[in-house]
Design a protein around this ligand. Structure first.
Ligand code: RIB
Ligand code: CA
Length: 307
């Protein structure tokens, strides 16, 4: 049976690949895409999400959400994702309008009206929209099947030595989400840095020969490269969250207590993961291992199903 999801995102180069993976996968019923300010401003993340839906040949509604974090001043990652937010892509301007209802209302009302455990939230940007919905309607925390979020780190961050971008951009929102009592699955940098878009893997996507393959290959060519575990390529952070929903057997982790640093000069946005000697009740399943080669092979096959 199709698994119902809502993708909350800030496209964003890797968000783009995550959205296309979800839309290409028949196991998923993507009810809606909600956008938040993050990698780039809300206007751009929303425009990009609409354009990506139409690139995929779909009509999935896109709802705009919060234009800034709960407390912190806005930051962005335009230096990584480009002024458009999806550096490398040449997407046609969308023709379908943004959906009329506000993203926070959509998330809240969908969880309220659906059966408990029916809808999964896949959060791949700053958690501002989810936090607002959870503050307005705390009871929805137990109605989500899972909140699968790309964010945080067991070890080093990527925005500061201590913090990963999605959490650093809105640490107060992250604290609300991790402390709401929801079934959180955390996909941290420790896992996503194992999933690198190497030259060989990008070539396989380009060889698909379809427009989506060309666009994704162009995005990945423009995506900043990291070197981890002896390989070099762009770390595909956000597709890992969708891949967990599709193929959880490809990943491993454990139940841990996770706290978010919302103060401090040097550790702001840190996900403090009780990975060893767990003393306190867990509030998240934290993933640290992935079969990256199988994930990429399946991702490539799915992208080949799109126009
Ligand atoms: O740190 C990586 C995360 O921050 C990804 O979601 C990327 O799109 C940015 O939002
Ligand atoms: Ca993102």
């Amino acid at each position: 049976m199709n698994r119902k999801i809502i993708i909350d995102c800030d496209p964003g180069q890797d968000d783009a690949v995550a959205i296309l993976l979800a839309l290409a996968s028949p196991e998923l019923d993507t009810l809606a895409i909600t956008t938040v300010a993050g990698n780039i401003g809300l206007d751009r993340t929303t425009l990009n999400a609409r354009a990506l839906v139409e690139l995929a040949g779909m009509t999935t509604p896109v709802h705009a959400g919060c234009p800034r974090p709960l407390v912190r001043p806005p930051i962005d990652a335009a230096h990584i994702h480009g002024a458009s937010g999806i550096n490398g892509a040449t997407l046609k301007p969308p023709t379908r309008p943004v959906a009329s209802s506000y993203a926070v209302d959509l998330i809240r009302d969908t969880l309220r009206s659906s059966a408990p455990g029916e809808v999964t939230l896949v959060a791949i940007g700053p958690l501002t929209n989810l936090a607002c919905a959870l503050v307005q309607a705390p009871e929805i925390a137990q109605r989500a099947r899972e909140i699968v979020l790309m964010g945080g780190a067991i070890g080093l961050g990527n925005t500061t030595p201590a913090a990963e971008f999605n959490i650093y951009a809105d640490p107060h929102a992250a604290s609300v989400v991790f402390n709401a009592g929801a079934p959180v699955v955390m996909v941290p940098l420790d896992l996503t840095h194992q999933v690198l878009a190497t030259a060989r893997r990008v070539a396989a996507i380009r060889a698909l020969g379809n427009e989506v393959g060309r666009q994704v290959a162009a995005i990945l060519d423009a995506y900043p490269k990291d070197t981890h575990f002896g390989a070099t390529g762009g770390p595909l952070h956000d597709p890992c969250a969708v891949a967990y929903v599709l193929w959880p057997e490809l990943m491993r982790g454990k139940e841990c207590r996770v706290d978010i640093e919302t103060e401090g000069e040097h550790a702001l946005g840190r996900t403090v993961v009780e990975w060893r000697r767990q003393k306190r009740p867990a509030n998240a399943r934290v993933l640290d291992t992935v079969d990256a080669e199988t994930l990429f092979r399946r991702l490539t096959e799915r992208l080949g199903r799109l126009p």
